[in-house]
Each structure stands twice: as C-alpha cells, then as structure tokens.
Ligand binder design. Structure first.
Ligand SMILES: Cc1cc2nc3c(=O)[nH]c(=O)nc-3n(C[C@H](O)[C@H](O)[C@H](O)COP(=O)(O)OP(=O)(O)OC[C@H]3O[C@@H](n4cnc5c(N)ncnc54)[C@H](O)[C@@H]3O)c2cc1C
Length: 385
C-alpha cells in the first residue's frame, strides 16, 4: 500500500467529519481527515454547544444519547470541555406546560431521566429566571454542554493522539474527487494527490467546491442564525442548557407530543416566530452567556442572499424576549455573530452515495453538536458493511 493511499478519506473536519473519522479509525481503518481551513471556523465553532437529546425526534434522540455517552467517555480521558450540568425547558404558559408534561411522559416510557420542577424549584436552581415568566420546568440532569470554540480543536488533538492509523491534515482544500478504476482520486490546493477505497464528504455548508451540480439540485437550504455573547457574568446563576417557551414551541421532540398540532402562536410572539427566534441561554466556562437565536433561510445555490450583516432589529427582538425571561440588567453585549448551517426541508440529513465509493453526508441542520457522534457511528457501519 502506497503511503498516500487510505482506506478512507474524510473531507471536512467539522463535528460530523471528525466523528466519521473517529468511528472509521475505531474499525481499524487507515484514515485521512482533510480540512480546508487552518482550523474549523464554521457551524461547529459558532454554536451554543448545547448537547440536548431531549429536543430531538425519536430516531435522532438515540443518536443524541449515544453522543452524550461518548462525549462523557472522551472527557474522562482528555479535556474536550464537556460539562455535565443538564438541560432545562422553562414553560411560560399553560400550553407550554402541557407540552413539557407530555414530553416527560414520553421520556419516562424511554427510561430517560427527566424531572418536572415546580416554579419555586426552578427559581431556586436558576435565580436569574423571572418569576413572572417561569411557570414550571422540565429538567434533564444527564445532558451536557460543550465550549464549541475549543471542543473541536481538543477533539482533533485527542483523535490524532489516540489512533495511529488516523492522520489529520488541516489547511488543505479538496478540489476534486473522482473514481478511477475502482479507486477514488483526490486533488487538493496543496498539490497533494491522495487515493482511497472510500471517500466521505462532510462539507457542512460549502457547496461550490465539490459536486456543485448535484448540490444545486439537492433541495438543501442554508440557515443563518444570529447569536450574542455577554461579557463574563460570574454572579449570574444560569448553569446548564437553558431552553425556553419558544423552544418548546419549536423543537422536534415537542412536535411529536399529542397537543402540539393544536398549539396556537399568541399574537405577542408572532414577530419573533417570523424571524425564527427562540431563546436559549448557555453560560460558557468563562462566565459569559451565549444568547440566541434566529433563523433566516436561502436556497442552496443562493446563500449570498442571507447577507453578511448582523441585523440589529433581530438582536433587539432577541434581547427584549430574553429580558422577559431573565434579569438582563447586568447583560452587556460583548459580541454578536452569524452562524450558518445547512438542512433539508424533508430529510433529517442528506446522504448521497456515488458508486458505493463516495459518500456525501451533510445538512444535519441544528442538531449536529448533539447527534453527530451517534449518527456517524451508524453511518460508518453502513458505509463499510
Ligand atoms: C449559531 C448556531 C447554533 C447552533 N447550536 C447548536 C447547539 O447548541 N446544539 C447542537 O446540537 N447543534 C447546534 N448547531 C448545529 C451544529 O453546529 C451543526 O449541526 C454542526 O456544527 C454541523 O457540523 P458539520 O461538520 O456538518 O459542518 P461544519 O461545521 O460546517 O464543518 C464542515 C467543514 O468542512 C470543511 N470543508 C468543506 N468543504 C471542504 C473541502 N472541499 N475541502 C476541505 N474541507 C472542506 C469546512 O471548512 C468545515 O470546517 C448550531 C449551529 C449554529 C450555526
């Protein structure tokens, strides 16, 4: 075997590509993981870092549970910034209360630990919450959070050290990928020539470099999200993943609850819904609080339409809704950014297999930090079966 030939080359070292590389290496495969940037800078580092299987639909819930377990196992060996501080959904009206009760029942049936917390218990555990907003909470103590800016870097260090058969090469853009006489040939901007028995493409939201014709017809949409971060607030008691009323009205696990189809949007929330706003809080390890998010959409061939600007009106709407939920007096906005991810309106993820040699896995949507590790394990099993 020539040294530039691999069992599998994974293109893209976001969370999805990295866990594909991880699971292939676990099978003993010789793996090359290529990333175009010197370090990943896309969705995988721009997110909240909430690992919340409780928000996923039935199939993806299992991937989330598997991922949580794997994050904890890795964290016990090497610091990838995972903290075990749980997730809570705060209900602010009777409809949302009904939904958290229904989800609690579904979670009990699955034997997944969940606790309903009274208003008083919520206010005691998270004193930053406003009494007028919080009616009741549903708490998942075993869920975890990550520090997205460091998790992927630490994970890449971890897998590079753990597997002697895995090589990670950043700063290398893959420009072409073709099957020739049963082998996949790859060319890069660094003029490397690599070959592999199989190639897995986890390109995130980059659709112009490889198979652009195919992506143009894929039906994928790109979503732009607004995010805010406060200056460190060491005294603000807001540990864990905090998910609020509009999230209860949005997440897939609640969509599967019996009362969801009859849920009405109160007039006061209409404009927030229009911008796809739901409010999540994640207190980072440095004491800053990440607050988001909103959703705007564009077709796969027109992501430029989403623009580069931070729309202050959207930020103001998010800050006003956040102020209904927690005491925002000390909340100074330190930074604001846009994150982008791809998703498909009808599919949980886009899987395209070309000649059983090239396997595209992308558009995992807003659930990648939660479910990539579990999904990638199944995906690798199927690719090599
Ligand atoms: C603002 C925001 C908040 C979010 N919050 C959460 C959350 O709290 N919990 C959660 O579970 N999920 C969350 N998500 C979703 C999650 O971040 C994504 O699902 C996930 O990061 C997608 O990972 P990915 O590897 O598919 O894509 P990406 O992170 O985009 O990675 C793809 C990588 O492929 C590389 N690449 C592309 N083309 C090439 C090429 N030709 N050659 C070499 N390299 C290439 C890119 O440079 C990139 O690094 C959030 C997303 C955003 C944007």
């Amino acid at each position: 075997m020539k040294s530039n030939h691999f069992d599998v080359i994974v293109i893209g070292a976001g969370i999805l590509g990295t866990f594909h590389a991880y699971h292939a290496a676990e099978l003993g495969k010789k793996v090359l993981l290529l990333e175009k940037d010197p370090f990943p800078v896309n969705a995988t580092v721009r997110n909240f870092g909430q690992v919340v299987p409780s928000g996923m639909s039935s199939d993806w819930f299992q991937f989330g549970v598997y991922s949580t377990r794997l994050y904890k196992t890795i964290q016990s060996q090497f610091d990838i910034s995972i903290r075990e501080n749980g997730s809570v959904y705060i209900a602010s009206d009777p409809d949302e209360q009904q939904l958290i009760h229904e989800l609690k029942q579904r979670m009990d049936e699955r034997n997944y630990e969940a606790h309903l917390l009274s208003k008083a218990q919520c206010l005691e555990k998270w004193p930053a919450l406003k009494s007028e907003y919080c009616l009741e909470g549903l708490f998942f103590p075993q869920e975890v959070s990550a520090e997205p800016e460091s998790t992927i870097h630490r994970l890449l260090l971890y897998i590079s050290a753990k597997f002697s058969t895995l090589h990670y090469q950043p700063d290398t853009t893959v420009l072409s990928c073709d099957t020739v006489e049963g082998v996949v040939k790859i060319s890069t901007d660094t003029h490397d020539k690599f070959t592999a028995d199989k190639v897995i493409i986890c390109n995130g939201s980059e659709f112009k470099l490889l198979f652009s014709d195919l992506f143009r017809k894929s039906g994928i949409v790109v979503s732009k999200l607004h995010m805010l971060r406060s200056a460190p607030l060491p005294k603000l008691a807001l540990e864990g993943n905090i998910l609020t009323g509009l999230t209860i009205r949005r997440y897939e696990s609640f969509e599967e609850c019996p009362s969801f189809p009859t849920l009405q949007t109160p007039p006061a929330l209409q404009e927030l819904r229009q911008w796809g706003i739901h409010i999540l809080f994640k207190k980072a390890a440095d004491g800053s609080v990440i607050l988001g998010d909103s959703h705007e959409y564009a077709a796969v061939n027109q992501p430029e339409k989403l623009g580069f600007e931070i729309n202050q009106h959207i930020n103001n709407l998010m800050l006003a809704e956040a102020a209904r939920i927690i005491d925002m007096e000390s909340f100074q906005v330190a930074s604001s950014w846009a994150g982008y991810y791809s998703q498909h309106p009808e599919k949980d993820i886009v899987e395209i297999d070309i000649e059983n040699k090239i396997h595209i896995r992308t558009a995992i949507g807003g659930k990648g930090m939660t479910s990539s590790a579990g999904y990638a394990q199944k995906s690798i099993e199927r690719i090599f079966e």
